[in-house]
Design a protein around this ligand. Sequence first.
Ligand code: NAD
Length: 361
Amino acid sequence: MATYKIAVLPGDGIGQEVTPEAVRVLKAVGAGAGVGFEFEEALVGGAAIDATGGPLAPGTLELCRRSHAILFGAVGGPKWDDVAHERRPERGLLALRKELDLYANLRPAKCFPMLVDASPLKRSVVEGTDLMVIRELTGGLYFGEPRGVERFADGGARAVNTMAYTSREIERIARIGFEVARKRRKRLTSVDKANVLVVSQLWREVVTRVARDYPDVTLEHVLVDNCAMALVHRPTQFDTMVTENTFGDILSDEAAILAGSMGMLPSASLGGAVGLYEPVHGTAPDIAGKGIANPIAAILSAAMLLRYSLNMEKDADRVERAVLRVLEQGHRTADIAPRGTRAAGTTEMGDLIVRDVEAQY
Ligand code: NAD
């Protein structure tokens, strides 16, 4: 029997409530598919600061390196707002991304048919949306050198950031784009600003070259300004999208609006030997500890873990189908329930999805 080791890092706030539901779903998949999962928990974020003084507890990184995949919750909260910059909770996540070379961030944005009306956009626009934004995570404007502020004697100042990419950095993220598109509808949109930026001209050149290795995937290039417009105008035209760090940061948040609620959005960070899977949402201090958080983003992150780290495509489909069916049956957590209707709690929603997954084997 294949056995997979999963590092479980719930973090803080609702991270500690939704992550156990994702673990329960994976256990149900393991039992059904005849695969062994070994879960080992470790501290990260505020929980790690409280216990060890730093946002990445000793041993957490090592555990991640020894695992096949990482299931992450969320980190942060008002309790740690005054902690020194280099010890803040999110530093734990940033350190993991850096140490594990997680340079590709995958964020699907899917509009569930029964939640169409939760989106601020018109039904006719969002219905049928099912896209994936792949953002380069470790290069570009956020990391390029030189950077800094120069202060002048006359009181003026000049600030600099640098957008820089090597062909190697572009090629590796492009390959992830094509590989992911292959697992979806085989259409890849590369987003750049090649009419203005030389960095984008190199980006376009390299992506076009890589495309020769993926003749089964259709590639198109779109300028970022057009893309931003098309996302809220005709989002159904997109399947898989790949772009650099800053553009991806903005476009993935824009795409999130299409799905209706933060509680529904999973993500994956890939690149190095081990992938990290986490809901897009944060620790939600306003509802933490109440048992009402929506566990679906965490559960869909577990489905991505099955698909992208373990190649358990059919089992990932089962989990996604279970989520869809439970929603179809009318079950809702408070964040997606119509006003005045009864909402399911975190574990109740988890129970419903686990039972549906079990019934599919
Ligand atoms: P948030 O995502 O935690 O919450 C935004 C709003 O969405 C809140 O009203 C919250 O109740 C709601 N919400 C989020 N997830 C939900 C869920 N699963 N079910 C139901 N409702 C949900 O963002 P925020 O309030 O800006 O940040 C709170 C804390 O989380 C901050 O400390 C921030 O730094 C941290 N944060 C962490 C991550 C991460 O770990 N990757 C990401 C974003 C924010």
